[in-house]
Design a protein around this ligand. Structure first.
Ligand code: HEC
Ligand code: HEC
Ligand code: HEC
Ligand code: HEC
Length: 232
């Protein structure tokens, strides 16, 4: 059964690769939490399982945040970047009262309140809290991201707005939604769709240092990432 599941997951990986630009993949990155990864959580030999399961992704709140979501969803209360919480903001878009979709998925590890190994359906190879080689800001005791740059926390008022609608119809300084390339809105590139963490980041590809790292969809060189959405 395990081998069968792995085959399915590999099939998903090749679909992803064919649909995306040249991919460096999850393996070996900070998002590889398998036994051979940088933040080994269990004896699990699979890396996708820490975010996805192929079956029964139901159960647990927010289980449809991303395709086949397999991680415990944070229940923190977040301070959003919006015209009320961010002095000087003049957003035309509508900000959700709390993070939604892929942003809530990212924050389920990056707000630091949930163990990175806390899964809806655990892989074989041990409990969820055995950190074999925790690195960076991951606490070997709790398995939570507890320090360092990867700790985004629950105050998002000092981060780029997320879970906000893209209103190129109201804000003329935004590129036309339909013309966006590389970056992406959710569920698709149309006016009123949302900017999420994964609009700028691709959790699957670490990228190249100095250009598309860490996990960026397009290069930061020449502020290309920013100009992908902003005309200035
Ligand atoms: C650290 C978390 C994480 C890991 C590990 C991870 N994913 Fe994902 N995956 C996401 C998130 C978040 C999304 C939704 C956001 C997006 O579209 O990128 C997603 C979306 C996808 C999608 C849908 C893509 C699309 O364009 O709609 C596929 C297919 C996928 N993942 C496959 C995989 C495979 C295969 C692996 C293992 C090699 C994997 N993922 C590992 C977080 C992860
Ligand atoms: C299953 C838990 C988990 C999820 C879900 C997750 N991450 Fe991470 N992420 C990690 C861990 C663990 C690290 C490494 C932390 C460290 O080294 O201090 C990390 C590191 C990163 C880094 C920094 C990499 C580096 O080496 O500088 C970025 C950027 C990042 N994640 C973005 C995202 C985004 C965006 C999402 C959602 C699309 C996401 N992550 C979802 C666990 C997760
Ligand atoms: C508008 C684009 C954009 C959005 C939206 C965005 N990020 Fe980032 N993120 C970046 C860029 C660019 C960097 C690299 C910054 C640098 O190296 O100076 C980065 C860096 C990071 C890092 C690594 C921090 C470090 O200094 O190593 C993490 C972790 C991260 N982002 C997570 C997230 C999460 C979680 C969300 C959603 C709540 C998010 N990002 C939303 C563009 C974005
Ligand atoms: C995926 C599209 C996208 C990308 C990429 C992006 N932004 Fe944004 N950004 C937006 C949207 C949408 C808004 C909200 C605009 C509005 O509602 O008026 C916004 C808002 C902002 C604001 C706040 C403006 C205010 O009135 O408070 C700043 C500052 C900003 N972006 C800077 C950046 C920088 C710097 C980068 C590159 C690191 C970047 N953005 C990348 C879509 C994006």
């Amino acid at each position: 059964m395990r081998a069968f599941l792995s085959t399915l997951v590999l099939a998903a990986a090749s679909t992803l690769v064919s649909a995306a630009p040249p991919a460096t993949g999850v393996d070996g990155t900070a998002h590889d939490l398998s036994i051979t990864g940088l933040n080994s959580v269990t004896m699990a030999t699979r890396s996708c399982v820490f975010c996805h399961t192929v079956h029964n992704a139901g159960g647990g709140s927010g289980s449809k945040l991303i395709p086949a979501w397999n991680h415990t969803t944070t229940v923190s209360t977040f301070t959003m970047y919006n015209n009320t919480n961010h002095p000087g903001a003049s957003l035309k878009g509508t900000v959700d009262s709390q993070p939604t979709g892929p942003s809530l998925a990212c924050l389920s590890c990056h707000d630091g309140t949930v163990s990175v190994g806390s899964l809806l359906i655990a892989p074989s190879g041990g409990g969820n809290t055995t950190y074999i080689s925790a690195r960076g800001g991951v606490s070997p005791g709790t398995g939570r991201i507890s320090s360092g740059a990867a700790l985004i926390g629950t105050d998002l008022s000092n981060d780029h707005p997320v879970s906000i609608t893209y209103q190129d119809n109201l804000d003329a300084s935004l590129q036309p939604a339909a013309s966006l390339s590389g970056v992406r809105l959710y569920p698709e590139n149309v006016t009123g769709a949302k900017v999420q963490c994964s609009s700028c980041h691709d959790a699957h590809n670490f990228g190249s240092p100095g250009t598309t790292a860490p996990f960026l969809r397009v290069t930061m060189v020449g502020s290309f990432l920013c100009k992908s959405c902003h005309k200035k």
